[in-house]
Design a protein around this ligand. Structure first.
Ligand SMILES: N[C@@H](CCC(=O)N[C@@H](CS)C(=O)NCC(=O)O)C(=O)O
Length: 203
């Protein structure tokens, strides 16, 4: 099966999908959708995803699926990216829900405003920095806790790591300094080393 991924290459949420597809060996073709040009809001795109967002995937049978973490779960079914142990799996979900509700809305949004809308710092909601730093501090604490195997859930890379690395690895573009969070910095390198293909060499 070849997956069609509608995505914007600047979007960590979209890269998550490509990473999991590569990791499980699923062929994909990428259709560029430029968020900054409003291409997620055209009538044609809204017919594919009424939520008007990327990523959006189309399966070979025509079914569509949105929401990066839902897509990752679908693609990773049966792989070692989803822990077999029920508790570790629940821990993976815990981080994935937190990523969407707490981490991404601060870190990804500040990055978007700063690096892509080119807003000066004093025009960006100061709460984004406060909330982003709190999210990074929470990850620093978890990743440096005694007994942590270096991954967010279980003893190997899971979807929790892939979901959270998407915007953590580019947090500096949002004005965050990862040097303040050394366990997070080391974890980013660890997770990136598990990503089989880093560039768009197959689109
Ligand atoms: N929770 C969604 C968020 C998707 C999202 O925010 N997509 C952004 C790009 S990262 C988008 O399409 N924005 C365009 C728009 O809202 O019109 C997911 O994880 O897939």
């Amino acid at each position: 099966m070849t997956l069609t991924i509608y995505g914007d290459r600047i979007s960590g949420n979209c890269l998550k999908v490509k990473w999991v597809a590569d990791r499980v060996g699923m062929p994909w073709r990428w259709v560029d959708v430029d968020v900054l040009k409003g291409e997620t809001r055209t009538p044609d795109f809204l017919r594919l995803n009424p939520a008007g967002q990327v990523p959006l995937v189309v399966l070979e049978d025509g079914r569509t699926l949105a929401q990066s973490n839902a897509i990752m779960l679908y693609l990773a079914e049966g792989s070692d990216l989803i822990p077999a142990d029920a508790f570790d799996r629940a821990r993976m979900f815990e981080w994935m829900f937190w990523e969407q509700y707490t981490h991404e809305p601060a870190i990804a949004v500040r990055r978007f405003h700063k690096a892509y809308l080119n807003k000066p710092d004093d025009e960006i909601d100061p709460a984004l920095m406060v909330r982003g730093r709190a999210a990074l501090a929470r990850m620093q604490a978890a990743l440096s806790a005694p007994g942590c195997a270096g991954w967010l859930a279980g003893d190997r890379a899971s979807l929790a790591d892939l979901a959270l690395v998407a915007y953590t690895r580019v947090a500096h573009e949002g004005g965050f300094d990862l040097a303040e969070y050394p366990a997070v910095q080391a974890w980013v390198a660890r997770v990136e080393a598990t990503l089989p293909v880093r560039d768009f060499d197959r689109s």
